[in-house]
Design a binder for this molecule. Sequence first.
Ligand SMILES: [Fe+2]
Ligand SMILES: [Fe+2]
Length: 165
Amino acid sequence: MSEIATTERIATVQWSDALCLDLDFMDDTHREFIDLLAEVEVADDDRVVACFAAMVEHTDGHFGAEDRWMQDTHFSSSNCHSMQHNVILQVLREGLKRGQAGDLVLLRDLARELDVWFSQHAQTMDAALALHLRGVGYDADSGRVLHPEALPAQEISGCGGSCSS
Ligand SMILES: [Fe+2]
Ligand SMILES: [Fe+2]
């Protein structure tokens, strides 16, 4: 056993039922995201940049998939949910650059803030999207809408959630 004292980091980020949206393809992605974020949290200084980069790459795919589902189901390309994804991804990419340049404190701060942001995002914008996708019978594998009659006649420019007018 090593005699060198190490600081063991404990993950506080964790999945909870409050994040469950009852839509498997969204929930699976969100569980993966939480796991990757927890890995950032517990990573030591040698690994934290790589873990953060893996989380950003996953988030790119995660947001890209949700944006595609919105496009497939009559959201406008400038809807506020996709806009929020863009802003967050930009912040994460900028943070990663600074982390790669040595600012590990910033990465750890960002990871903590992202945890808070994600809970709120999942329970508002993502929850509204899940409700919408269920309502129109969206199949994420094929991109098909099983109940096209349930699609809104007009493009959705909000997120379908509380911020929409
Ligand atoms: Fe999401
Ligand atoms: Fe989202």
